[in-house]
Design a protein. Structure first.
Length: 289
């Protein structure tokens, strides 16, 4: 009887040690860590990935970001790799609750700029040498300067730049907006001193820089910003340490409106006509360490 008790106790200890070993191995797996940053001094690019000025008749400002989210992340090895044919690192949950397929905002990962957006085991990434990054942005929340009756104020914008967005409700700063439906790229909510305004930027007006537009186009209405590493990111599948990839996004005058009176200020008086036209990010510079 004592012998049987000893064997059972010994087996239990072995099982415990084995479980702990597995847990530690899992916890110590090297990871790919993704961070999203924003930079108001980064070059301002247009849709073709070349420097772009603010169009005549419009004005812009570099907003102060509170939070950001992305829908899709892909690494590609060369300039001819088509969208979807690279190593897909991440794709956010989608839903058809609103009819057509859309990003499920309730399940999106929204973080402050500079915080960790994503952690993935490097074992789950297809080994390869990657030159390009494609990042589909979906949500931005930021503060902007505006004028009401010629007096300056600060307001908060919730900006939805994903291809399609299913929203039940969302909070801008202090105010919550109920939607319970789909909203297409360019939908926004603006919390001001006079309450909440919502609106929609014109179809196709959201800038999405893609330096590979001739060899690897992206679908109209997506927000897949493309950028290249200074040197290729090489993933072997045998890494022993984490790799941190920082995706720096240009917000250089990324908030753009029709400047009716040409004073360079965003006037939100009811009769101003100074509507938001573009909230797209203005370039992507990836780096790793």
């Amino acid at each position: 009887m004592k012998k049987l008790y000893f064997l059972l106790a010994f087996a239990s200890i072995l099982l415990f040690l084995s479980c702990n070993k597995d847990d530690n191995t899992s916890n110590n797996d090297p990871k790919l860590i993704i961070k999203l940053e924003v930079d108001p001094t980064q070059v301002r690019l247009g849709n073709t990935g070349t420097p772009a000025n603010i169009p005549a008749g419009n004005a812009g400002q570099s907003p102060v970001f509170n939070s950001i989210s992305a829908h899709y992340l892909e690494f590609t090895s060369n300039a001819t790799t088509l969208l979807g044919d690279g190593a897909i690192v991440y794709q956010a949950p989608e839903t058809d609750k609103g009819g057509a397929g859309a990003i499920d905002f309730n399940r999106s990962n929204v973080v402050a700029p500079g915080d960790v957006f994503l952690e993935v085991s490097l074992k789950d990434i297809t080994p390869g040498s990657y030159e390009w990054v494609r990042l589909s942005l979906s949500y931005q929340n930021y503060d902007v300067q505006f004028y009401f009756n010629d007096a300056p104020f600060t307001g908060t914008v919730a900006s939805f730049v994903g291809f399609n967005n299913y929203l039940t409700e969302y909070t801008i700063k202090n105010e919550t907006v109920t939607v319970n439906g789909n909203r297409s790229q360019g939908y926004w909510g603006f919390e001001t001193i006079t309450g909440v305004q919502t609106g929609q930027a014109p179809e196709g007006a959201t800038t999405v820089p893609n330096p590979l537009f001739t060899t690897s186009p992206i679908p109209q209405g997506s927000c897949v910003v493309t950028g290249n590493f200074d040197q290729n990111l090489v993933i072997t599948g045998n890494e022993s340490e984490d790799i941190t990839v920082t995706l720096s996004l240009s917000i250089n005058n990324s908030f753009e409106w029709v400047d009716v009176n040409q004073n360079g200020k965003w006037d939100v008086d009811p009769d101003s006509g100074e509507n938001i036209v573009d909230m797209g990010l203005r370039g992507l510079v990836p780096s790793f360490q």
